[in-house]
Ligand binder design. Structure first.
Ligand code: FE2
Length: 217
Protein backbone atom coordinates (compact mmCIF):
# COMPACT_ATOMS: atom_id res chain seq x y z
CA UNK A 1 0.00 0.00 0.00
CA UNK A 2 1.37 3.43 -0.91
CA UNK A 3 1.67 6.34 1.49
CA UNK A 4 -1.15 8.11 -0.34
CA UNK A 5 -3.45 5.13 0.01
CA UNK A 6 -2.55 4.90 3.67
CA UNK A 7 -3.43 8.53 4.22
CA UNK A 8 -6.86 8.02 2.74
CA UNK A 9 -7.79 5.34 5.21
CA UNK A 10 -9.19 6.47 8.52
CA UNK A 11 -8.33 4.21 11.42
CA UNK A 12 -9.89 3.60 14.78
CA UNK A 13 -8.05 4.35 18.05
CA UNK A 14 -7.78 0.60 18.61
CA UNK A 15 -6.19 0.07 15.19
CA UNK A 16 -3.73 2.86 15.94
CA UNK A 17 -2.70 1.26 19.21
CA UNK A 18 -2.05 -2.00 17.37
CA UNK A 19 0.07 -0.19 14.76
CA UNK A 20 2.24 1.75 17.21
CA UNK A 21 4.59 -1.04 18.40
CA UNK A 22 5.45 -2.05 14.82
CA UNK A 23 6.15 1.45 13.49
CA UNK A 24 9.71 1.87 12.19
CA UNK A 25 11.94 4.26 14.17
CA UNK A 26 13.39 7.07 12.03
CA UNK A 27 16.50 8.63 13.55
CA UNK A 28 18.24 10.15 10.50
CA UNK A 29 17.19 12.75 7.95
CA UNK A 30 14.53 11.23 5.74
CA UNK A 31 14.57 10.98 1.94
CA UNK A 32 12.48 14.07 1.29
CA UNK A 33 14.39 16.23 3.76
CA UNK A 34 16.97 18.65 2.36
CA UNK A 35 19.07 21.44 3.88
CA UNK A 36 19.64 24.50 1.68
CA UNK A 37 21.86 27.50 2.25
CA UNK A 38 20.35 30.96 1.87
CA UNK A 39 21.82 31.30 -1.62
CA UNK A 40 20.45 27.94 -2.70
CA UNK A 41 17.05 28.69 -1.21
CA UNK A 42 16.59 32.08 -2.85
CA UNK A 43 17.37 30.54 -6.23
CA UNK A 44 14.60 27.96 -5.97
CA UNK A 45 12.01 30.07 -4.18
CA UNK A 46 11.75 32.45 -7.13
CA UNK A 47 8.70 31.84 -9.26
CA UNK A 48 8.30 33.07 -12.82
CA UNK A 49 5.88 35.93 -13.27
CA UNK A 50 2.55 35.11 -14.88
CA UNK A 51 1.39 36.78 -18.07
CA UNK A 52 -1.89 38.69 -18.06
CA UNK A 53 -4.73 36.50 -19.27
CA UNK A 54 -7.91 37.46 -21.13
CA UNK A 55 -10.67 34.90 -21.57
CA UNK A 56 -13.30 35.86 -24.15
CA UNK A 57 -16.90 35.24 -23.22
CA UNK A 58 -17.49 33.46 -26.54
CA UNK A 59 -15.00 30.75 -25.53
CA UNK A 60 -16.49 30.33 -22.07
CA UNK A 61 -20.01 30.23 -23.49
CA UNK A 62 -18.90 27.66 -26.05
CA UNK A 63 -17.62 25.37 -23.30
CA UNK A 64 -20.80 25.84 -21.27
CA UNK A 65 -23.01 25.20 -24.31
CA UNK A 66 -21.35 21.83 -24.79
CA UNK A 67 -22.09 20.95 -21.17
CA UNK A 68 -25.58 22.43 -21.34
CA UNK A 69 -26.90 19.62 -23.50
CA UNK A 70 -25.69 16.92 -21.14
CA UNK A 71 -27.82 15.66 -18.31
CA UNK A 72 -26.38 16.43 -14.89
CA UNK A 73 -25.31 12.80 -14.50
CA UNK A 74 -24.31 12.29 -10.90
CA UNK A 75 -22.06 15.32 -10.84
CA UNK A 76 -23.93 17.94 -8.94
CA UNK A 77 -22.81 20.86 -11.04
CA UNK A 78 -22.15 21.87 -14.61
CA UNK A 79 -19.22 24.22 -14.84
CA UNK A 80 -16.07 25.15 -16.67
CA UNK A 81 -13.07 27.02 -15.32
CA UNK A 82 -10.74 29.59 -16.81
CA UNK A 83 -7.11 29.10 -15.91
CA UNK A 84 -3.91 30.93 -16.68
CA UNK A 85 -1.51 28.24 -17.91
CA UNK A 86 1.37 30.22 -16.38
CA UNK A 87 0.13 29.15 -12.95
CA UNK A 88 1.41 25.65 -13.70
CA UNK A 89 0.31 22.88 -11.38
CA UNK A 90 -1.81 25.37 -9.41
CA UNK A 91 -4.21 25.64 -12.36
CA UNK A 92 -5.64 28.93 -11.20
CA UNK A 93 -6.85 32.06 -12.91
CA UNK A 94 -4.06 33.55 -10.84
CA UNK A 95 -1.82 31.38 -8.65
CA UNK A 96 -4.22 31.13 -5.69
CA UNK A 97 -7.57 32.02 -7.29
CA UNK A 98 -10.06 29.70 -9.00
CA UNK A 99 -12.69 31.06 -11.37
CA UNK A 100 -15.62 28.86 -12.31
CA UNK A 101 -18.60 29.46 -14.60
CA UNK A 102 -21.57 27.46 -13.40
CA UNK A 103 -24.68 26.79 -15.45
CA UNK A 104 -27.82 25.47 -13.76
CA UNK A 105 -31.01 24.71 -15.68
CA UNK A 106 -34.45 25.67 -14.33
CA UNK A 107 -35.64 23.14 -11.80
CA UNK A 108 -32.18 21.73 -11.19
CA UNK A 109 -30.65 21.64 -7.74
CA UNK A 110 -27.01 21.54 -6.66
CA UNK A 111 -27.47 19.40 -3.53
CA UNK A 112 -26.06 20.32 -0.12
CA UNK A 113 -22.32 19.93 0.20
CA UNK A 114 -19.37 21.82 1.65
CA UNK A 115 -15.69 22.49 1.09
CA UNK A 116 -13.03 24.38 3.00
CA UNK A 117 -12.52 26.78 0.10
CA UNK A 118 -14.66 29.90 0.31
CA UNK A 119 -17.03 30.40 -2.62
CA UNK A 120 -18.17 33.75 -3.97
CA UNK A 121 -21.06 33.54 -6.43
CA UNK A 122 -21.89 36.42 -8.74
CA UNK A 123 -25.16 35.94 -10.62
CA UNK A 124 -24.82 36.78 -14.31
CA UNK A 125 -28.23 35.43 -15.28
CA UNK A 126 -31.24 33.77 -13.71
CA UNK A 127 -32.81 33.72 -10.27
CA UNK A 128 -33.20 31.37 -7.36
CA UNK A 129 -31.76 30.89 -3.91
CA UNK A 130 -28.91 29.24 -2.05
CA UNK A 131 -29.46 27.64 1.32
CA UNK A 132 -26.40 28.21 3.49
CA UNK A 133 -25.47 26.92 6.92
CA UNK A 134 -24.44 29.84 9.07
CA UNK A 135 -23.77 28.30 12.47
CA UNK A 136 -24.42 24.78 13.61
CA UNK A 137 -28.00 23.96 12.75
CA UNK A 138 -28.83 27.51 11.68
CA UNK A 139 -29.50 27.81 7.96
CA UNK A 140 -31.04 30.52 5.75
CA UNK A 141 -32.18 30.81 2.15
CA UNK A 142 -30.40 33.62 0.34
CA UNK A 143 -32.45 34.67 -2.69
CA UNK A 144 -30.55 36.01 -5.68
CA UNK A 145 -31.11 37.41 -9.14
CA UNK A 146 -28.99 38.87 -11.89
CA UNK A 147 -26.34 41.22 -10.53
CA UNK A 148 -26.32 39.81 -6.98
CA UNK A 149 -23.27 38.39 -5.21
CA UNK A 150 -23.27 35.80 -2.43
CA UNK A 151 -20.26 34.74 -0.37
CA UNK A 152 -20.41 31.27 1.15
CA UNK A 153 -17.95 30.79 4.05
CA UNK A 154 -15.44 27.98 4.11
CA UNK A 155 -16.80 24.64 5.40
CA UNK A 156 -20.41 25.89 5.45
CA UNK A 157 -22.95 23.57 3.87
CA UNK A 158 -24.75 25.09 0.89
CA UNK A 159 -27.12 24.10 -1.93
CA UNK A 160 -28.34 26.00 -5.00
CA UNK A 161 -31.95 26.08 -6.25
CA UNK A 162 -32.89 27.64 -9.57
CA UNK A 163 -36.33 29.24 -9.93
CA UNK A 164 -38.14 30.60 -12.97
CA UNK A 165 -37.81 29.55 -16.60
CA UNK A 166 -34.32 30.83 -17.33
CA UNK A 167 -30.93 29.15 -17.01
CA UNK A 168 -28.88 30.43 -14.11
CA UNK A 169 -25.31 31.40 -14.83
CA UNK A 170 -22.95 32.00 -11.91
CA UNK A 171 -19.45 33.41 -11.91
CA UNK A 172 -17.68 31.66 -9.05
CA UNK A 173 -14.45 32.64 -7.32
CA UNK A 174 -12.77 30.31 -4.84
CA UNK A 175 -9.40 29.98 -3.10
CA UNK A 176 -9.08 26.32 -4.08
CA UNK A 177 -5.60 26.54 -5.70
CA UNK A 178 -4.10 27.91 -2.48
CA UNK A 179 -5.58 25.10 -0.41
CA UNK A 180 -4.58 22.49 -2.97
CA UNK A 181 -1.03 23.90 -3.00
CA UNK A 182 -0.81 23.48 0.77
CA UNK A 183 -2.41 20.00 0.50
CA UNK A 184 -5.33 21.03 2.68
CA UNK A 185 -8.30 21.08 0.28
CA UNK A 186 -11.23 19.13 1.73
CA UNK A 187 -14.64 18.37 0.27
CA UNK A 188 -17.79 16.75 1.59
CA UNK A 189 -20.14 15.83 -1.21
CA UNK A 190 -22.81 14.73 -0.95
CA UNK A 191 -23.70 15.83 2.54
CA UNK A 192 -22.69 13.09 4.98
CA UNK A 193 -19.65 12.80 7.23
CA UNK A 194 -18.59 9.59 5.51
CA UNK A 195 -18.12 11.56 2.28
CA UNK A 196 -15.42 13.91 3.61
CA UNK A 197 -12.45 13.58 1.30
CA UNK A 198 -8.98 15.04 1.04
CA UNK A 199 -9.06 16.27 -2.55
CA UNK A 200 -5.29 16.33 -2.97
CA UNK A 201 -4.09 13.11 -1.38
CA UNK A 202 -7.38 11.45 -2.15
CA UNK A 203 -6.92 11.46 -5.94
CA UNK A 204 -10.67 11.78 -6.24
CA UNK A 205 -11.78 11.33 -9.83
CA UNK A 206 -14.74 13.58 -9.31
CA UNK A 207 -16.15 16.23 -7.02
CA UNK A 208 -18.79 13.77 -6.05
CA UNK A 209 -18.16 10.47 -4.37
CA UNK A 210 -21.51 9.31 -5.77
CA UNK A 211 -20.44 9.48 -9.41
CA UNK A 212 -20.20 6.12 -11.05
CA UNK A 213 -19.50 7.11 -14.66
CA UNK A 214 -15.90 8.08 -13.96
CA UNK A 215 -13.12 5.83 -12.80
CA UNK A 216 -12.18 6.28 -9.18
CA UNK A 217 -9.38 4.55 -7.36
FE1 FE2 B 1 -19.92 24.45 -3.39
Amino acid sequence: MTTTENRRNAITPEEYERLLPGMPDIRTSSDAAKVLTADEYFKVVHKPDTRPALWKWADVRGALDKLADEPLREAERRFCTTINSDTGELNGASPFIFIGWQLIHPGEVVPPHRHNSVAIYHILQGSGFTSVQSEGKTWAKYHWEKGDTLACPAWAYHAHYVEGDEDTLMYVVQDMPMLAASRTLFWEEPLGQENIRHEVAGKSASWSITRTDVESD
